[in-house]
Design a protein. Structure first.
Length: 209
């Protein structure tokens, strides 16, 4: 099963991807994570990405697609995978298709902007291992401390209210058109936010089956 999770920043893609990966026995491929891994492992594409990032530029689509294609060729992806964070634009979606990467289901998490703004103000991430939490929805066992590695939980800069508004505007302008793109290919499955992580997971699994 080859899946994409679409949705605005803060829609819960990362949380749902982790649940689905465990449920379906397939890996989650997060663009941010594989970019960091490719740079750490010193792969040619990783080094190319690092050059752009060190200069403060966005990593171009062809480099992102190259890193994803490298990652999807690994053995743990043979039975399927969940892509989180890519494609972000029609151009990236077309580049994935051109690279021969097709999807069985594109699940779009439908959450209102108001809910997202409220939600993201409560997000915390571990500065050490990157595990994510929410002070209301997914609180750590000990306030301010990561359950996984004991690292310190912090608020990311891009979860600040003004940044969230800007990120939502970019999502509506650049990423939301992907819904029509994948709808035209017959693989779009919109799922409404059900108010809780568990209920939303159930709704996603229902459309996948």
């Amino acid at each position: 099963m080859k899946l994409i999770l679409l949705g605005a920043p803060g829609a819960g893609k990362g949380t749902q991807a982790a649940i689905l990966a465990a449920e379906l026995g397939i890996p989650t491929i997060s663009t941010g994570n594989i970019l960091r891994a490719a740079i750490k492992n010193g792969t040619p594409t990783g080094m190319k990405a690092k050059t752009y990032m060190d200069e403060g530029h966005l990593v171009p689509d062809e480099v992102i697609i190259g890193i994803i294609t490298e990652r999807l060729a690994e053995s743990d992806c043979a039975k399927g995978y969940i892509l989180d964070g890519v494609p972000r634009t029609i151009a990236q979606a077309e580049a994935l298709e051109a690279a021969g990467i097709r999807f069985d289901h594109v699940v779009s998490l439908e959450v209102s902007d108001e809910t997202i703004e409220e939600r993201m103000s409560g997000r915390r991430v571990c500065e050490h291992c990157g595990a994510s939490y929410h002070i209301k929805a997914v609180p750590p066992r000990t306030e301010g401390v990561c359950d996984v590695c004991g690292g310190k939980l912090v608020t990311r800069k891009d979860d600040a209210p003004e940044t969230v508004k800007n990120r939502l505007a970019v999502y509506h302008r650049e990423t939301e058109p992907l819904k029509d793109f994948y709808k035209s290919r017959g693989v779009l499955y919109p799922v409404e936010d059900m108010g809780s992580v568990e209920a939303t997971s159930k709704a996603i699994l229902a459309v996948l089956k």
